[in-house]
Design a protein around this ligand. Structure first.
Ligand code: LIP
Length: 264
């Protein structure tokens, strides 16, 4: 069997197990364990427990692989690298907003070849293997096409620092009058899957990290969307955007003129 498919299956199995653990153990009101970049950038005990479970499962079968996890950083240095967000949408998780996900991508020699995003509260497991499409519940996904910017439903997200947010608000002030509407779901991984499923037309955000967009980015790309950064760069923490070809360029050009990669 194609090794990308094998990696995809393993990633899916692990993301499902982490999701089950999180659902079983999530207290009515999870507590914040520590904060990171700002007082609103939180980590709960279950972020850590989820990452530990995922790391243990990967290491049990792939002991030599590298793992990048949101909470634990990078371990190992193999040509295969697992990119893990144990809970994407931690603030939603904290408040009981049903929009958070376990995200796992597998990268080989620098290319993401398989990705899974388990949007746990909705029991939706999005998967993709490079070259084999994006899937949800046995249905192949395809993003919306032919949507002009003024009719596009666009998701975005905000960072945790106030200086960054001030610029994000300023950029949004110029984007909002130009599009159908804006959504702020609170999980970049889930937003990218929503583009794949045609529930959104596009997504852009300054500041998402690899663990936020690696799996969802492959899922959106396999559903026909373009995923990238500004001026031909790949998706990156400076800016990541995603939409069907055509809308991608319109959104790109609008954003480029707004210098969204600056912070106050
Ligand atoms: C979050 C993202 C969200 C983004 C936040 C943050 P976390 O990830 O998925 O969409 O706007 O800035 O990065 O912190 O919940 O894993």
């Amino acid at each position: 069997m194609d090794s990308a498919v094998t990696f995809g299956r393993l990633a899916e199995e692990i993301a499902r197990e982490a999701g089950e653990m999180l659902l079983a153990k999530r207290p009515a009101r999870p507590e914040v364990l520590v904060t990171k970049s700002s007082p609103t950038d939180v980590v709960t005990a279950l972020d850590r427990a989820s990452e530990e479970l995922i790391r243990d499962r990967i290491k049990a079968v792939r002991p030599d692989d590298a793992i990048l996890g949101e909470e634990g950083g990078t371990t190992g240095d193999g040509r295969v690298r697992w990119i893990v967000d144990p809970i994407d949408g931690t603030v939603n998780f904290l408040y009981g907003v049903p929009e958070w996900a376990v995200s796992i991508a597998v990268e080989v020699d620098g290319e993401v070849i398989a990705g899974v995003v388990n949007v746990v509260p909705r029991a939706e497991v999005f998967t993709a293997v490079r070259g084999r499409g994006a899937w949800l519940a046995g249905e192949r996904l395809s993003c919306n096409t032919g949507v002009p910017l003024e009719r596009a439903l666009i998701a975005t997200g905000f960072g945790y620092g106030s200086g960054r947010r001030a610029v994000q608000a300023e950029v949004l002030r110029h984007v909002l009058p130009r599009v159908r509407d804006i959504r702020r779901g609170g999980s970049a991984a889930s937003d990218l899957c929503a583009v794949a499923a045609g529930r959104l037309d596009g997504y852009y955000e300054r500041g998402p990290q690899e663990w936020d967009y690696a799996a969802g980015g492959l899922i959106a790309a396999e559903a026909g969307a373009r995923v990238g950064g500004l001026e031909g760069r790949p998706a990156n923490p400076g800016l990541t955007l995603c939409a069907a070809p055509g809308l991608f360029e319109e959104l790109h050009d609008l954003l480029l003129g707004l210098a969204p990669e600056r912070d106050a």
